[in-house]
Ligand binder design. Structure first.
Ligand code: IMP
Length: 205
C-alpha cells in the first residue's frame, strides 16, 4: 500500500479524492501524520504556494504529498485577487467582504473576464509535478445564488449547463452558486486539476 498525504485539514476533500484513486494508494490527511501547525503560504503565486505546501510536508515529515491552491484571476484587475483570494479584503474579513471589494473595484468596468485556477503540486520522492485546472468565465455585477462558497455567487463559467438556453432567452449566465455541487464539479477548476492528478496516479502507481 502506497501512502500519500493530501496537505489539507478538510476530511471531505480527502474522502472525495480517495474514492477516485487506485486502491493501492492510501490517502492521509495532515492530522494523520501529526501535522497540526499552520503551513506557510508566503509565495506571490498560486503555483508557488502549492509547491511550498507540498515541499513543507515532504521535507518535514518525509512522506510523499500533494497540496492544492486556488485563486480567482480577474483580467481587468491584472490577475487579482489571485493568490490573495482567501484574504482579499483583509485578514479578518469573510467571503462576503471579498466579494464586495471586487464588485466595487469592478464598478463601471466592461471587461468582466475572469477565471478560477487550481494548481495541485504533487511531490513524490522529492520530485514535483504540477497539475493545472482552469475555468474561464465572467464576473457579474451582483450576487446570484446561494450554493457553494467564496466567489461562487458572482462568477458565471463560460460553459455552464443551461447556458445555451440562457443565451437564447437573452438572459445572463448561471453562476456557480446557482448550480448544485454535482453540476459545478463537472466543470470546475478544482475538478479539472484533480482529474489530471488522478489520471497520473493511475498510470504511475
Ligand atoms: P483554496 O486555495 O482552495 O483555499 O482557495 C483560496 C480561496 O479562493 C478561497 O478562500 C475562496 O475565496 C476562493 N475559492 C477557491 N475555490 C473556489 C470555488 O470553487 N468557488 C469560489 N471561490 C473559490
Amino acid at each position: 500500500m502506497i501512502k500519500i498525504v493530501f496537505a489539507t485539514a478538510n476530511k471531505n476533500k480527502i474522502s472525495e479524492i480517495q474514492k477516485m484513486i487506485p486502491d493501492t494508494i492510501q490517502l492521509l490527511g495532515l492530522k494523520d501524520i501529526g501535522c497540526v501547525e499552520e503551513i506557510p503560504e508566503t509565495s506571490p503565486t498560486i503555483e508557488g504556494n502549492a509547491s511550498q505546501k507540498s515541499f513543507y510536508v515532504y521535507n518535514k515529515y518525509h512522506i510523499n504529498c500533494f497540496s492544492d491552491d486556488t485563486g480567482l484571476e480577474v483580467e481587468a484587475l491584472a490577475g487579482r485577487p489571485g493568490v490573495l483570494s482567501a484574504r482579499y479584503a483583509g485578514e479578518n474579513k469573510n467571503a462576503e467582504d471579498n466579494i464586495n471589494k471586487i464588485l466595487l473595484e469592478m464598478d463601471g468596468i466592461t471587461n468582466r473576464n475572469a477565471r478560477f485556477k487550481t494548481i495541485i503540486s504533487l511531490v513524490i520522492d522529492g520530485v514535483e509535478m504540477q497539475f493545472e485546472g482552469i475555468i474561464n468565465g465572467v464576473l457579474l455585477t451582483e450576487k446570484y445564488g446561494t450554493n457553494g462558497f467564496g466567489y461562487d455567487s458572482i462568477f458565471a463559467p463560460a460553459l455552464a449547463a443551461g447556458d445555451e438556453q440562457n443565451q437564447n432567452n437573452n438572459l445572463r449566465r448561471k453562476t456557480f452558486a446557482e448550480m448544485d455541487i454535482a453540476e459545478k464539479n463537472i466543470i470546475s477548476h478544482r475538478a479539472f486539476a484533480v482529474n489530471k492528478l488522478v489520471e497520473y496516479l493511475h498510470h504511475s502507481c
